[in-house]
Each structure stands twice: as C-alpha cells, then as structure tokens.
Design a protein around this ligand. Structure first.
Ligand code: WTA
Length: 576
C-alpha cells in the first residue's frame, strides 16, 4: 500500500477536522439550510436560483459565465431566473407536464442550462445526450425514455432516426432559419423572449424526478439513471465540504454537460451555494485551458485525470506562462488519479489535485480527498460525512482493512438515484439484502480509512483459484517501465491446476520509443520481476491509444471483447 503522504493544502477549508466532522455529521443540519425546511415547498430551481434572484444583495451576482470561441455570455442570478422562467413558460405552452421528458441533444450552450431549470420548474425530466453520440446511441436512449420533446440544433437533427423525428411530439431547434421545417419542428429562436419572465414553480415531493442520465453498463443496454429534486441535500453538502465552494467562488467544471459531472457539479452545486459557474464550450486545447483559468480568475477547478494527463503532455513550460494565482483548490473525478500525474500537477501548477470518487448512480461525491486532509497520492480519499462506505467480500460482508473487495455504500444517502427508467429489476440488482449499494468497483481500504481503486468488478483477474487481483496494480507496474505511457491488462485464462493466471497487456509508449519485438520482451521481463509467479503477462500489444470513455475511463471490456471476438457492448460515451 502506498505510504507517501502530502500534507493538507488548506486546513482552513470548509470541512475542518475530518474525524470530528464525520462523527458529528447529521443530514438534518443540511436540510435546515433550504427554504423548504420551513415552507415544505420543494423545487431545486427555487433553492438554486430563485432565492438568490429575490435577494437584493445577491441578485446581480454572476450565476453563469459561458464562453465559446470569442464570445462570453454572462448571466446574473436574476437573469437566469427570468430566462429559465421564460423557457418553462415555453414548455408549458407546448403542453409539457410534470413527469414528461425533454431530451437535450446539444453541444455546450447556455440554452442547455435554461432548459435544465425550466424542466425543474415544471417537474419534467431533463435528459442530456452527448452531441457527439452516434445514431444508434441517440436512438436507443430516445426509444427508451420516449420524450415529449427534443431540444437540439439543426446540424444535429440529421442524427435523429426518422421514426423518432416522426413520433416525437416536438423537436425544438435552438437556431435557424431552416429551409423546410417539419410539422413538429419548432424554431425556438426568439420565442422565449416573448414569454413572461415569471413562472409559478410546481411544488414537488422530495423524490420527484429531476433528471435522467444514461450510463453504460458492462453488459446490456445503457441504464437510465433517474435522480430527484432532493439530491440537493447531498449536492450542497459535498459542494461545500469537498469542493470548498463559497459564495465568492468561481467554479470551473470542464466536463461535458451531458455527463452527470457537468450538470451536478458544473451548475447545480455552485448555484446551490450562490457561487459562479463557468462553462467553457470549446474543445480541449492546453493553452486555452490555462488561459481560461487565468482570464476568469477561477478559484476552484473540478477536472479529470485525463485532462491533467493532456496538460502534462503539453509540457510544464506552458503551465508556467499563465497566472493561476486565484486557483485555491482543484479536484478530479472519473478515473484513477495516478501518482505520476498527481506529482506533475503539484510541481507545475503549484497545488495538489484532490481525487474524488462517485458514480452517475450515486448522484454526489462519495469518497474524497478533502482540502483540509492529508493526501495519499493514488487514493480516492475517505467517505464524505454522512455516507457509510465498506469493502465487501463475495458474501456481501464488510471486510477488515487491507482486503480487496467490492466497494459498497450503505443505501439511503440523500442523492442516491431514485430508480432506473422502466427497469426495476436492474435497479434492484444494485443492492444486496443487507442494504448495501454495490458499486461494481474493486477497492482496498487502508488502515487509516483511505480507499484505493483497483479496477471494476468485471475486470477482475483470478489467480490460483481464489486469489483476486485488480488489473490496476499490474498496470501500475507496467507504467513503471520507462517506455510505457499507459497500460491496460485483461485476463487470458488460467491453468487452475497450476494456479497460474495468464494476462495480456495493451500499452501505449512514450515519444522517443519505437515498438519492437525486443522492447516487447523487455517489458514482459520487467513486469515478471515484480509479479508473483502465478500471474504471467504472456502477451503484450502496442497500441496507438487505449479505448476510453469520453470522461477518460479505461474500457478494458472493449479490449477483452476484441480479444475474444465478442461484441464490445454499449460503447456510448466512448472517445471517438
Ligand atoms: C469510475 C462519474 C477511479 C468508477 C461521476 C465508477 C473512478 C465510474 C473515480 C462512474 C476515481 C469515478 N478513481 N475510478 N476517483 N471516479 N470512477 O457514472 O469505475 O461516469 O464506478 O460517474 O467511474 O462513472 P460515471
């Protein structure tokens, strides 16, 4: 287990002393901070936007800064309230009701956020889809959720299957004019501006649905994860304690708005805190990323290990040319933050990235490296206050520290999904009979309560009959070879009698190295020296790049499927 420790960066952060906070924490104290605690009237749009817009001291504060190319659009809390009220009026005008679904199939643009709040106001479900989705991906999702309307752009309309175009009641287009609008196509253009800027929110139940986000499983079609209005309790608490948001924070979350991170922490979290959300609509470009941090005086940045890896590839020199003095906290999510990247960032950006762990299904961060807590590079951190986490064995029983098993969360935390869209069976399969939610992630907890990710359940490698190994550890060993940049390993069967497990490794190599048979043998010999004799890396392939999701998660199952000649399964969200 990793022993290195990096001292807490900001002991003054919101959370304070971790152990004290964890022990004294009570969700009721967080609930009391919402207006519905006294009024009984629940709607996240009210808590995230309206209450600040109705407060003379706060209404002119910036709620959203949206940048794309040369244009920067800024919306105050008051403007955001009015715009989203106009959009809610528009939806109602077209017959939308509580429980209806609105698909949002757009590249990053302010309309996405107006639509999100408009849906919240009427209790409709906001369903974002990546603008880069394939025809099939869009089709599967839309056929599953059967939305009343789809908000999209003329350039993307062609991606919509014809039967869906015909059967969806409304297709709202953000821009035009179009040569031939179909009967159900509505050019939104200036319509919202003609709508009233006031809207009477529908008051909802705590668990009334707010959004529907599709996530790919390792088997079967994508799962429609449904989240509710009272997720706000968990979002507010983690926004303050993990991301250290305050009212004067400018938070930049460089995640696509179709990814749960882009919605939950991209906008809902900063708005619930009365802070400013920055959205950068341009595709990644290293210099532009640093410039965005400097130009908007970003104070908190929530990013991914993949983005940091790309910044590393662009070189430390580039980083030194920008002024990031306003940046007081940075965190990552989505994939392991490996020590190599951690230390590079610390050296070249002058602050520590704080790894956090959560899933679409959890609705909020569940494990985190808090700003006021020492970091162990390579660890996902410790459970957020109010959330109970354990490592379970195959019988679903919690295991002692330093055991490898499945990461599980005690069901009932506030932002837990309310269900899977029309799929009660798959929803139930997430929970064991003892009330634990099973994440499908394999992890180890050390004796100080820090969790280390070891891969996904379905990536497990068995050796010697019962021994279970996460692929991550072996990949880390491969990466210690100077030529290896990234690695993925999959199981290639075993010889149970001899207790030997064979693996295949896929690697990408650093610039300056060339794939060769000699290098292939050399790397295999290198790992052999560090692995027990029952685990053998038998084959090794050089790849240009490893298959990953758009958020940078390694897709070992795609490699496995390729090896076995099987279908790769749902590859939505996969990087092109
Ligand atoms: C993985 C993301 C390692 C994990 C908000 C999880 C991580 C899946 C980490 C959820 C981390 C997330 N270290 N792996 N810090 N954070 N993951 O639904 O496998 O897109 O189950 O939600 O990402 O991905 P999702």
């Amino acid at each position: 287990m990793i022993k290195a420790r990096v001292p807490a960066e900001n002991p003054e952060a919101n959370l304070g002393d971790y152990n004290k906070r964890y022990q004294s924490f009570n969700w009721k104290d967080i609930e009391e901070q919402f207006t519905w605690h006294t009024t009984g009237r629940i709607n996240i749009a009210h808590e995230a936007v309206d209450r600040w817009a109705m407060d003379p001291e706060r209404k002119e504060r910036k709620a959203l800064i949206f940048e794309k190319g040369d244009t920067v659009a800024i919306f105050t809390y008051l403007q955001l309230k009015e715009k989203s009220a106009q959009w809610a009026n528009l939806l109602v005008r077209f017959g939308f009701e509580t429980g209806d679904r609105l698909f949002v199939f757009l590249p990053p643009c302010p309309e996405i956020y107006f639509a999100l709040l408009a849906c919240a106001r009427i209790g409709a479900l906001f369903c974002p889809v990546y603008a880069t989705s394939t025809f099939d991906e869009v089709s599967v999702r839309i056929s599953d959720a059967v939305p009343r309307g789809i908000l999209t752009h003329p350039d993307l309309v062609e991606m919509l299957p014809t039967d869906i175009q015909d059967n969806t009641e409304f297709i709202f287009l953000t821009e035009g004019p179009l040569p031939n609008l179909l009967a159900n196509e509505i050019l939104v253009g200036g319509i919202p501006q003609q709508m009233p800027t006031e809207f009477c929110n529908i008051w909802l139940r705590p668990r009334s649905p707010l959004y529907l986000s599709y996530t790919s499983g390792s088997t079967g079609p994508p799962k429609g994860v449904v989240h509710a209005h009272d997720d706000m309790v968990g979002i507010l608490s983690t926004a303050r304690e993990v991301l250290d948001l305050r009212e004067d924070t400018v938070l930049w979350v460089d995640a696509d708005p179709a990814w749960v991170t882009g919605i939950v922490y991209g906008v809902l979290a900063p708005w619930l805190c009365g802070a400013t959300a920055l959205v950068q609509g341009d595709p990644f470009e290293a210099a532009n990323w640093y410039w965005t941090l400097e130009k908007h005086s970003v104070s908190v940045w929530y990013t991914t290990p993949r983005t940091l890896t790309r910044l590393k590839e662009a070189g430390g020199n580039l980083a030194s040319r920008y002024d990031m003095s306003h940046l007081r906290h940075m965190a990552t999510v989505g994939a392991p933050l490996v020590p190599d990247i951690f230390y590079w960032v610390k050296q070249h950006l002058g602050r520590s990235p704080h790894d956090t762990y959560w899933m679409t299904e959890t609705g909020m961060i569940c494990l985190a490296n808090f700003p006021s807590m020492d970091i162990k590079p390579g660890a996902m951190g410790r459970p957020v206050p109010g959330v109970e986490v354990a490592i379970l064995d195959e019988d679903g029983e919690p295991m002692p520290p330093l055991s490898l098993g499945e990461l599980a969360i005690r069901a009932g935390w506030p932002a837990m999904m309310v269900g899977l869209w029309l799929d009660e069976d798959r929803y139930r399969a997430y929970f064991n009979e003892k009330g634990w939610f099973l994440t499908g992630d394999i992890a180890i907890m050390d004796d100080e309560g820090y969790y280390f990710h070891q891969g996904r359940n379905d990536d497990l490698i068995k050796a010697g009959g019962h021994k279970v190994i996460g692929p991550y550890e072996i990949e880390q060993i491969l990466c210690m070879h100077p030529a290896v940049s990234e690695a993925a390993v999959i199981s290639k069967g075993s010889e149970p009698d001899e207790g030997v497990s064979y693996l295949k490794a896929f690697i990408t190599i650093h610039k300056g190295f060339t794939p060769s048979i000699r290098l292939n043998h050399e790397i295999k010999a290198f790992v052999k020296a560090s692995l027990s004799s029952d685990i053998i890396v038998k084959e090794l392939s050089f790849l240009e790049r490893l298959p990953k999701t758009r958020s940078g998660k390694l897709l070992r199952r795609v490699l496995r499927a390729g090896e076995l000649g099987l279908p790769a399964g749902e590859t939505a969200n996969m990087e092109e």
